[in-house]
Design a binder for this molecule. Structure first.
Ligand code: PLP
Length: 382
């Protein structure tokens, strides 16, 4: 592979960080679905880095190289899902340890962490990380060894100051992990703001076609004890991504910067359209000047504010579900970051977590924005 790490993201992505197939001369890296690896007559491996497939696959390495270069990271590791990546990081915390997590983030993360910490005797504290002062006070008081924040958060679109969070966590002797799923490495680079680990559900914008489940962790300190533990755990416990999923990711990521730019542009236009709609109570999108952390988002993100947007329909659950039922272009489905637009009524999925009953979460795709606006207009007015 050519070293493309000094190039700009669109070039790194389009050329898959220089990956080609040297054997066939193909411009697409080959996919070996599964294999074991040969040793020679002296019983030496033909390639010392390829002994057994579990975490030794060339196409997985290609995908990890693209991700590391886009993220500006020293190393990236792929996992079979975003949750597997989160679990790999938290499994490094010893029984009896302290961990802190941002409140009101992706419900699957909160639920798994609560169960995991109860089982392992780990103390868990949940705080609103978008309130920097409350977050810093919680870190100083509780001294967590690992902290997870999610920015922008799903589905509240809260934005947390990563640099301030990293300082507070480091002052308390801990490590900061940022779930940057909604932004992807194109719009936000948490490691550059002082985070120790960045995590993504690559199922979302990174793959971008709703046809792969994958997760990523990346770091700037490949010698850190936590990184070694995560790597050993992935190798020994075997939570690895399949080669075909990695190959699809490499293909999907070729258009990642292009997709993020278009989705952000569409989401911004839809946020502005909804802000002015009489049936809409509130729009949550960091690209709007009315968002409480708009200035911070402008400093911390680059090139747009991503595809995720929530808005509250006047009239509560009934009105929100009525509008959802009328949408013809937005698919009624969970997930985010794919090229096709999705709509979700999160209160139906997680009724006990404080999500407003009238809240609809959109993942804005790359369709023509006028078609999307017309669809929303007829649904809200129908
Ligand atoms: N983090 C965020 C912000 C998510 O939205 C999701 C999934 O919706 C995850 C993590 C979990 O990722 P996965 O579904 O790939 O396990």
């Amino acid at each position: 592979m050519t070293d493309t790490s000094r190039l700009n993201p669109a070039t790194i992505a389009a050329q898959a960080a220089g990956a080609v197939d040297p054997q066939s001369g193909g411009v697409v890296p080959p996919l070996q679905m599964a294999t074991t690896y040969l040793r020679d007559a002296q019983y030496q491996p033909l390639r010392p880095d390829n002994i057994y497939l579990r975490d030794q696959s060339d196409i997985v390495r290609v995908a990890e190289t693209v991700l590391a270069q886009l993220e500006g990271a020293a190393e990236a590791l792929l996992f079979p899902s975003g949750m597997a990546a989160i679990a790999a990081a938290f499994r490094t915390v010893p029984n009896g340890g302290h961990v802190l997590v941002q409140s009101q983030i992706y419900w699957g993360t909160t639920k798994w962490l609560r169960d995991f910490c109860t089982r392992r005797g780990i103390e868990l504290r949940e705080v609103d990380a978008s309130d920097s002062a409350a977050f810093a006070a919680a870190c100083a008081d509780f001294r967590p060894s690992l902290v997870l924040i999610e920015t922008p958060s799903n589905p509240w679109l809260r934005v947390t100051d990563i640099e301030a969070a990293a300082k507070a966590v480091h002052a308390a002797g801990g490590l900061l992990m940022v779930d940057s799923t909604a932004a992807t490495p194109v719009l936000q680079k948490p490691l550059g703001h002082g985070a120790d680990l960045v995590m993504h559900s690559a199922t979302k914008g990174i793959n971008g076609h709703s046809d792969v489940l994958a997760g990523v962790l990346a770091t700037n300190d490949a010698n850190a004890a936590i990184w070694t533990d995560i790597k050993v755990d992935r190798h020994d416990a075997g939570a690895v991504i399949g080669p075909f999923e990695a190959w699809l990711l490499v293909r999907g990521m070729r258009t990642l910067p292009l997709r993020m730019r278009e989705m952000s542009r569409n989401a911004q236009a839809i946020a502005e359209f909804l802000t002015n709609h009489p049936q809409v109570e509130e729009v949550l999108y960091p690209g709007l000047p009315s968002h409480p952390a708009h200035d911070l988002a402008q400093r911390q993100m680059n090139g747009g504010f991503g595809p995720l947007l929530s808005f509250i329909v006047k009239g509560g659950a009934k009105a929100a579900l009525h509008a959802t039922g009328k949408l013809a272009l937005f698919h009624r489905a969970t997930s985010l970051g794919g090229v096709e637009s999705l709509v979700e009524h999160r209160h139906t999925i997680e009724p006990h977590t404080g999500i407003p009953e009238g809240l609809l979460r959109l993942s804005v795709g790359i369709e023509d924005v006028e078609d999307l606006k017309a669809d929303l207009r007829q649904a809200l007015e129908g």
